[in-house]
Ligand binder design. Structure first.
Ligand code: C2E
Ligand code: MG
Ligand code: MG
Length: 539
């Protein structure tokens, strides 16, 4: 180019970029190759070159390139002064950067978006939350953070494959976008975890309405590759306020609320409450203490006798665990068993209960007391363990108790999932010769029909039905149905929580086989239980 921006010579690549032949380029003005508001004439070009392009420096500029056919493209130019003899000329390097800009845009998008769903990713989510917080501090508007976790997503993935899982995540993303407002940032944080930042909230209730809408929308069945799939979501929500004003704290609080929602039964939302933190802390402490409890002999068993409804003979006893905490005193199994389950300590504790209960039953037999069956509660985690059947064998071998005097209490929830596996396991247990009973019957899925598939011996009607059987018609009707159907399947029906003479009368009339409850005897320690057996037999 000369000093007025006239092209003196060009290479082939120039022809490729602009569509002119090399001879067409000769004598062409630079301002005809770019769409610039500043350089429109040779005069403009001359001034531009004199003012902008200094000796020894490359001048770089972004322009819009103009092709022969009138089309345009993003163009980068590097301009440099050169001397041919005494004459000042310029070399210009033209680059069509369309592709480069495209990939830059893609890289940018990848850095901020989740590639599967197109939602914001974790980076973008934090960025938006930080921005929203800044705005909220200056105004009197609130912001909220919602964290969502899908219920039952993992089984869908395992059962139908990742392709279906991915499609499901996309559907969830679409539904979340529909439920949220345009201004809200909907993000996928990873796996099946999603989050939404709501800014400019006038009323907390609006968020609750949205949470309800989301729960409803997610649990609508979705059809993917011919499969009808239904999942749900649990939601934790935190609101910005003056004591939690960092993004991290807001996310943490929403997470705590999410765990509470899952704990409280799933497919619900929970708003963060500082009490939740206290509870989590207390649970963590209890977990640590439980670990010590086994070693320090703080655990022991109580036994509660069971009686034949017709001849009042003692036919069995349930082993119930007790924890004497060194500082806190007696802690109810209703409190610590769920914690032991979550942390996994239930495995060694459960084994201890099994061994101890079998040893106790054997020692009573060795004392010459009439033989009774000992029932041991089994937790879900224990039952699901790969080696569960061999832990039962171990207890039998250690105690030398004839297995037919051992009964395992499982719950409906434990047998309803993954049925084939469960049936195999129960059949293995059956082969060992132990008895099987379904505890707290009626509180779970309440479908008596599926019981046919399971080789169980006993149903224990839950206390909640027995408690009001004398005044609540529904409870009485359910108990009636359970007894009839149970009998038709050849099962023994045990009523738990029998507290009054009236309970005994009604249950006996309905044909219940075995009673357990405070009316007869509370759970008592081993020594007291031996005394009780002796007295009951002689009475
Ligand atoms: P569960 O297996 O349904 O045990 C019956 C519960 O009812 C026991 O509570 C018992 O003390 C109580 N009970 C008995 N008769 C009556 C009555 O007439 N009225 C009332 N209101 N209650 C009565 P406990 O001992 O507090 O045990 C609570 C639960 O903890 C048990 O419910 C069982 O699910 C679990 N659990 C207890 N020991 C163990 C154990 O060794 N392992 C496992 N995994 N869970 C256990
Ligand atoms: Mg029980
Ligand atoms: Mg029970």
């Amino acid at each position: 180019m000369n000093g007025q921006g006239k092209i003196l010579s060009s290479n082939n690549a120039m022809s490729v970029i602009f569509g002119y032949t090399p001879s067409e380029f000769e004598g062409k003005d630079i301002h005809n190759l770019i769409k610039s508001s500043e350089i429109k004439t040779s005069k403009d070009a001359e001034e531009f070159l004199i003012n902008q392009v200094a000796e020894f420096n490359v001048y770089k500029t972004d322009e819009t390139g103009l092709c022969k056919d009138g089309s345009t493209f993003p163009l980068k130019m590097d301009i440099r002064e050169v001397y041919l003899g005494k004459n000042k000329h310029y070399t210009v390097l033209f680059r069509n950067v369309t592709e480069r800009l495209k990939s830059e845009k893609l890289i940018k998008k990848m850095a901020w978006h989740d590639s599967l769903t197109g939602l914001a990713n974790r980076n973008m989510f934090s960025e938006k939350l930080t921005d929203a917080l800044k705005v909220a501090r200056r105004s009197d508007k609130q912001i909220a953070v919602m964290i969502l976790d899908l219920d039952k997503f993992k089984p869908v993935n395992d059962l139908f494959g990742h392709g279906v899982g991915d499609k499901l995540l996309k559907i969830v993303a679409e539904r979340l976008l529909e439920c949220a407002r345009e201004v809200d940032t909907v993000a996928r944080l990873g796996g099946d975890e999603f989050a939404i930042v709501f800014s400019n909230i006038e009323d907390e209730n609006n968020i609750i309405v949205i949470a309800d809408r989301i729960i409803d929308s997610i649990q609508q069945p979705a059809e993917i590759n011919g499969n009808i799939i239904q999942i749900g979501t649990s939601i934790g929500i935190s609101f910005y306020n003056n004591d939690a004003d960092s993004p991290e704290e807001l996310i943490r609080m929403a997470d705590v609320a999410l765990y509470q929602a899952k704990d409280d039964g799933r497919r619900i939302y929970r708003l963060y409450d500082p009490l939740m933190d206290a509870e989590t802390k207390a649970q963590k402490e209890m977990e640590v203490d439980l670990n010590k409890a086994l070693e320090n002999d703080e655990l022991f068993l109580h036994f509660q006798p069971q009686f034949d409804a017709i001849d009042n003979k003692m036919v069995g006893a349930e082993a119930l665990i007790r924890w004497q905490h060194p500082e806190k005193g007696m802690i109810s199994p209703y409190t610590f068993i769920p914690i032991a389950e979550v942390s996994g300590i239930i495995i060694p504790i459960g084994q201890w209960v099994l061994n101890t209960a079998c040893l106790a039953a054997k020692s009573w037999q060795d004392k010459g007391l009439p033989k009774i069956r000992i029932s041991v509660n089994i937790s879900a985690r224990q039952f699901q363990a790969e080696n569960f059947v061999s832990t039962i064998e171990e207890a039998i071998n250690i105690s030398k108790l004839d297995p037919r005097w051992l009964e395992l209490e499982i719950t409906e929830g434990m047998v309803i999932q993954n049925t084939d596996n469960v049936v195999t396991k129960l059949e293995e247990l059956k082969k060992l010769g132990v008895y099987l009973s379904i505890d707290d019957f009626g509180t779970g899925y309440s479908s008596l029909a599926y019981l046919k598939r399971f080789p169980v011996n006993t149903l224990k009607i839950d206390q909640s039905f027995v408690r009001n059987i004398h005044e609540d018609q529904d409870d009485a009707a359910i108990t009636d149905a359970v007894i009839r159907l149970g009998h038709s399947l050849g099962l023994t029906i045990v009523a738990e929580g029998v507290e009054t003479e009236e309970h005994v009368q009604i249950l006996r009339d309905k044909g219940c086989d075995v009673f357990q409850g405070y009316y007869f005897c509370r759970p008592i320690d081993g020594d007291a239980f031996i005394e009780f057996q002796k007295n009951h037999n002689s009475a």
